[in-house]
Design a protein around this ligand. Sequence first.
Ligand code: DQA
Length: 148
Amino acid sequence: MHILLLNGPNLNLLGKREPSVYGFDTLESIQTRLKEKAYKEEVCIDFFQSNSEGALVDQIQKSIGAADGIMINAGAYTHTSIALRDALLGSQIPYVEVHLSNTFAREEFRHKSLLADNAIGIVSGFGASSYFLAFDGILTFLRKKESK
Ligand code: DQA
């Protein structure tokens, strides 16, 4: 089983960026721990981060036929990107939307997600733990699908 974790703009700055909102964990440390968790679950996990919308779209397209599930923290593109929405829908790969912060408890422009209605589920507001909860969620979903 192959899972892809996609991170969008500014998430490469995790650990330094607004730590009162996003915490002190770096993306690298989150990814290292996710890799360990995936190894224990006998699942392959790949990582891709970009600040560019087009590069994220390209990565989703490359994952067709390769990834069984996607976890995506699209950062600010969550609230704006029809291109990412279309790429995810077009790929037909099931995905979970992830946010470190509770976007609904923040500015109004963060309350809208262009990705949420087609997601398996959303994990938002648990800091770095959101990624691990999302991993558990997508794995449960994919294993259930596999056993059908
Ligand atoms: C975020 C929330 C977004 O609104 C914001 O633009 C981010 C991070 C989160 O993980 O909480 O870049 O996706």
